[in-house]
Design a binder for this molecule. Structure first.
Ligand code: R5P
Length: 224
């Protein structure tokens, strides 16, 4: 296992240790949240009694294979803890998510959770957001109009593709990856983008007061 994968695993496992018996747990998406889910799976096999909501079909499949009981918002109102990855976390704890296309479900789950825990390796902990192009989830119909509206906000959008076709999210939508350069005011940008008809959600996770667990290649793990 290389040093970055080791760091992701360390961050994920540290977050999993925050899960207590009886909790309702949000399961994130991506290669870092993966390790948290694996660890929670081990804990469940060891007798931990929890129920979870997954933020993507991929994470739900992983959780089911590990025997983690899955629930949904038809049965519960709120989660105790949500553990998820990030593409960038700024020093003032604003976040970009959605590199794996799961931002909409991730935000719904995060908003429904009392405690939000973000796990990331050191490469993602940055002074200012924006090196990572901001993903936004948009409705397929008329997506070109949203594309142009993003351009008029000085973002450089790219329609995300897979196998030369538009990438389709778990919700049947498209993703635009938008390069804005340094994002000095994430809150303002989030609201500007949300005001465009056809934008479902942005990957800016703003003012969520998360617990952030950063793992370093040298083996250190810091909770911020
Ligand atoms: O849509 C995907 C999610 O926001 C992921 O949590 C994020 O992209 C980080 O993924 P990874 O841990 O694989 O870098």
């Amino acid at each position: 296992m290389d040093a970055i994968t080791q760091a992701k695993k360390a961050a994920g496992e540290k977050a999993a240790a925050l899960v207590q018996p009886g909790m309702l747990v949000g399961l994130g998406t991506g290669s870092t949240a993966y390790w948290a889910i694996e660890k929670i799976g081990e804990m469940v096999k060891g007798g931990l009694n929890i129920r979870a909501v997954a933020t993507s079909l991929a994470s739900e499949k992983q959780a089911r294979e590990l025997g983690i009981p899955i629930t949904s918002f038809s049965e519960i109102q709120q989660l105790d803890i949500d553990i998820d990855g990030a593409d960038e976390v700024s020093h003032d704890l604003q976040i970009i998510k959605g590199g794996g296309g799961a931002l909409l479900r991730e935000k719904i789950v995060a908003m429904a959770s009392r405690r939000k825990v973000i796990v990331a390796d050191e490469r993602k902990y940055v002074k200012t957001l924006g090196k990572f192009p901001l993903p936004i989830e948009i409705i397929p119909f008329g997506w070109e109009l949203v594309f142009r509206a993003v351009q008029s906000l000085q973002g450089a959008p790219t329609l995300r593709t897979k196998d030369d076709k538009p990438y389709i999210t778990d919700n049947g939508n498209y993703i635009l990856d938008c390069a804005f350069g340094a994002i000095e005011n994430p809150e303002q940008l989030h609201h500007q983008l949300k005001a465009i008809t056809g934008v479902v959600e942005t990957g800016l996770f703003i003012n969520m007061q998360p617990t952030v667990i950063i793992a370093y290649e040298n083996g250190d793990v810091k909770t911020i």
